[in-house]
Design a binder for this molecule. Structure first.
Ligand code: PEP
Length: 235
């Protein structure tokens, strides 16, 4: 099972370091069978810890160059970062990243051999049209993406469930992950208002190989609480 924390534009370099120290200490006692990833803002990128992979929330598809405001491969390499999140709905929607540009990023970072957490998700009006419309919408978000890339992890994150406190229903997650599983053999994460109260049910759904968590991951105690719900400490 994979636990991934997306800090978005929360936490500083200092508070990220403190967070990682605390999470490491909490995890140390438990020997969880999990793969844990934390995606802080670009200014807070730092080396991964023994049990925690630090990844980038975004990067420009170039080693370096005249791309004002961006970071590329050289900046990631300085911290040994080899995991990048691509296609998050906030970047698609607010920053208007096109599928073509996201696919260009994917191709570049796959060529460099990075682990890629690739996000897809439908808006509410598509969900309201039913499973078929959702499937069609999601597959379009895989245009230009190599589904067989061996370091691919897919995160299904319905846009209407992100940051709203309203996670998708278990049957919606199950149906969507089953659809994605038809063509994707790599890990499938669910994201969208996952918290310590709903994690147990979500983690138990077939084809859910992990979770991508925003709000409920910002506090290391809360993020860790989700792990201990899924794998209670042995006494
Ligand atoms: C996210 O932004 O990836 C996310 C899942 O956020 P939240 O957990 O706050 O819904």
């Amino acid at each position: 099972m994979i636990f991934a924390a997306n800090f978005k534009m929360h936490h500083t370099r200092q508070s990220t370091a403190e967070y990682l120290d605390r999470l490491e200490a909490l995890m140390e006692a438990a020997e969880y069978p999990f793969k844990v990833m934390v995606f802080p803002p670009a200014t807070a990128l730092q080396s991964s810890r023994d049990w925690i992979t630090v990844g980038a929330q975004n990067a420009y598809p170039a080693k370096e160059g005249a791309y004002t405001g961006e970071i590329g491969l050289s900046q990631l390499e300085e911290f040994g970062i080899d995991t990048v999140l691509l296609g998050h709905s906030e970047r698609r929607r607010i920053l208007e990243e096109s599928q073509e540009f996201i696919a260009e990023k994917f191709a570049f970072f796959a060529e460099q051999g990075l682990q890629i957490v690739y996000c897809v998700g439908e808006p509410l009006e598509v969900r309201q049209e039913g499973d078929e419309a959702v499937a069609e919408y999601l597959w379009e978000q895989f245009d230009g993406i190599d589904l067989d890339y061996e370091r691919l992890i897919v995160a299904y994150e319905p846009v209407w469930a992100i940051g709203t406190g309203r996670a998708a229903k278990e049957e919606e997650i199950a149906a969507t992950h089953a659809e994605l599983r038809r063509r994707i053999k790599r890990p499938l994460l669910y994201g969208g208002s996952v918290n310590p109260l709903n994690i147990k049910a979500i983690a138990a759904i077939a084809d859910v190989d992990g979770v991508l968590v925003g709000s409920a991951s910002l506090d290391p105690e809360s993020f860790h609480a989700m792990m201990s719900v899924v794998a209670p400490p042995q006494v």
